[in-house]
Design a binder for this molecule. Structure first.
Ligand code: DGI
Ligand code: FE
Ligand code: FE
Length: 413
C-alpha cells in the first residue's frame, strides 16, 4: 500500500490542506492519505480555541465524504508535543511493507535539518514536498533537496501545487471577531469544507457564537413556545410509560434551570429536555430495527448495547414526528447518553439535566454533582462521566469509546 501522511495543527483544517492532500493522492498514486493533527495543546487565552480532540473532530468531519482520506490520532493521543521522528517510527513499525510518504510544505523543507532526528525521519519515510508552481524549482529547492539526499540519504518527491491563500489564523480571526453571519458565510464556505463549518458551529469553536446563545431560534418564534411545548407534552404522555414521562418533565425543567444559570435560551433547553428520551418506548431490538430502517448508522458499541440507540432514534423522531428542525436541539438529543468531546452548551445542559433531574435518586454523589452543575459546570460533567464509567464497569456493561473520550476531554478542561 502507498500511504501519505499530512501532519499539521489543523486549527482549523481548511480547503488548502485538503487540496494538498488530494494532490499528493493524485500525483503519487497513493492508496490512502491520513490527516494527522499534532499534539500541541491549545494556545491558552485565545477565546474559544479548539482542543486537540476538536481539531481531530474537524479532520474527521472533513474526510467523511472522501473515501481515500482518513484521520490519525497518533499524535493527539499523547500529552504535549510529539516528535515526528517518534510518530513516524511507530507508524513505520505498524506498516513495515508499505510505502510511506510524509507530506510537507516547501517552508518545512528548509527547516528539515533542524528537526529532531532528521536522519530517522529520512530512513522511515519518503518526503513529499509540496512546492508552489511559481517557486524556483531549478534553483534553491533543488539544491536543498540534493543536500538532504546526500546528508541523510533522504528519498524526496516533489508535488506541484497551486498556491491557495488560506490560513487557519485568518479563519480564526474571522470567526472570533465577526462570528458567523450571512455576510461572511459565503467567504467561510470558500475557505472551509461544509462539514467543518458545521462542526465549528455545533461546537461553538473560536468564539463564533459569542453573544448569540440567547437569540431566539429562527424556526420557533418565542411566542409559539407555549403551544409547541404543550403539543409535545401531550404526545409524549401517550407514548411513554408514566415513570419515563415524569423523568422527561424533570429533565425539561432542569435543563431550563441550567440554561438560566449558564446563559442559554430557556425555551430551547426545555424542548430539548422534553424530547431527549422520546424514543425510549422502544425495546433494544426495536431500536436496532428502527435505525436500520431509517438508515441511521449503527456503531459497534451500539450493536452491542442497542439501548444506546435511543439517543439517535430520539433525534430522528424529534425531527420527523415532532417537527423540530433546530440542529442544536437534534444534536443535543443525539449525544445525550454518551456525551462527546467538546459538546456545545446545549449538549452539556441536556447531558447534565438528564443525570441530575429531581426524580433521579440512584447515583452516588448526586448532591455534590447537583451543586457543581450550577457552580462549576465542567466539573459536574466530569463527575457524571467518571461515575457513569464506574457504574458501567461495576455492572459489567460494555463502555462506548465515546464515553471514555468524553471523560478524557472534560478531565482536561
Ligand atoms: O435514558 P436515560 O435512562 O434517562 O439516561 P441515558 O440516556 O443517560 O441512559 C442512561 C443509561 O445509559 C445508563 O444505564 C448508563 C448507560 N450508558 C451511558 N454510557 C454508556 C452506557 N451504556 C453502555 N453500555 N455504554 C456506555 O458507554
Ligand atoms: Fe436517555
Ligand atoms: Fe433521560
Amino acid at each position: 500500500m502507498k500511504l501519505g501522511i499530512l501532519g499539521g495543527t489543523f486549527n482549523p483544517i481548511h480547503n488548502a490542506h485538503l487540496y494538498i492532500a488530494a494532490e499528493a493522492y493524485r500525483q503519487l498514486s497513493l492508496d490512502e492519505v491520513w490527516l494527522m493533527p499534532d499534539g500541541i495543546p491549545p494556545h491558552k487565552g485565545l477565546d474559544g480555541d479548539a482542543t486537540r480532540f476538536e481539531r481531530l473532530g474537524m479532520c474527521e468531519a472533513a474526510v467523511k465524504s472522501i473515501p481515500y482520506m482518513k484521520t490519525s490520532d497518533e499524535e493527539i493521543r499523547s500529552d504535549g508535543r510529539s516528535y515526528s521522528y517518534l510518530t513516524l517510527t511507530r507508524i513505520r513499525e505498524r506498516h513495515p511493507d508499505d510505502e510511506i510518504f510524509f507530506i510537507i510544505g516547501e517552508d518545512s523543507l528548509d527547516m528539515f535539518s533542524s528537526w529532531a532526528h532528521p536522519e530517522i525521519i529520512a530512513k522511515v519515510v519518503t518526503l513529499a514536498v509540496a512546492i508552489r508552481h511559481d517557486s524556483d524549482v531549478t534553483g534553491s529547492i533543488t539544491s536543498v533537496c540534493d543536500k538532504l539526499r546526500v546528508k541523510y540519504n533522504a528519498r524526496i518527491r516533489l508535488l506541484h501545487t497551486d498556491y491557495m491563500d488560506i490560513s487557519s489564523s485568518e479563519i480564526r480571526t474571522m470567526l472570533s471577531q465577526d462570528g458567523i453571519y450571512p455576510g461572511n458565510l459565503s467567504r467561510l464556505q470558500v475557505l472551509l469544507p461544509k462539514a467543518v463549518l458545521k462542526y465549528i458551529m455545533d461546537h461553538r469553536l473560536y468564539g463564533c457564537m459569542k453573544g448569540k446563545q440567547m437569540s431566539p431560534k429562527e424556526d420557533i418564534k418565542p411566542s409559539d413556545f407555549p403551544k409547541v411545548k404543550q403539543d409535545i407534552e401531550k404526545k409524549l404522555e401517550k407514548k411513554l410509560k408514566p415513570s419515563r414521562y415524569t423523568h422527561t418533565i424533570g429533565v425539561a425543567y432542569t435543563a431550563a434551570s441550567l440554561a438560566m444559570a449558564h446563559g442559554y435560551s430557556m425555551d430551547v433547553a426545555f424542548i430539548a429536555g422534553l424530547l431527549h428520551d422520546c424514543a425510549k418506548y422502544m425495546s433494544p431490538d426495536e431500536l436496532l430495527e428502527f435505525c436500520q430502517k431509517k438508515k441511521i448508522d449503527i456503531t459497534q458499541a451500539e450493536k452491542k448495547s442497542p439501548q444506546l440507540l435511543h439517543a439517535k432514534a430520539g433525534a430522528y423522531l424529534a425531527k420527523h414526528e415532532y417537527g423540530i428542525e433546530d440542529e442544536e436541539i437534534l444534536h443535543a438529543i443525539t449525544v445525550h447518553t454518551t456525551g462527546m468531546p467538546g459538546m456545545s452548551l446545549l449538549d452539556e445542559i441536556l447531558f447534565t439535566a438528564d443525570y441530575i433531574e429531581p426524580n433521579r435518586d440512584k447515583a452516588k454523589r448526586l448532591t455534590e454533582i447537583r451543586q457543581a452543575a450550577f457552580k462549576d459546570f465542567h466539573l459536574a460533567i466530569q463527575m457524571i462521566l467518571s461515575d457513569t464509567i464506574d457504574y458501567l464497569k461495576e455492572t459489567g456493561k460494555d463502555i462506548d469509546e465515546t464515553t471514555y473520550r468524553t471523560y478524557e476531554y472534560y478531565k482536561e478542561q
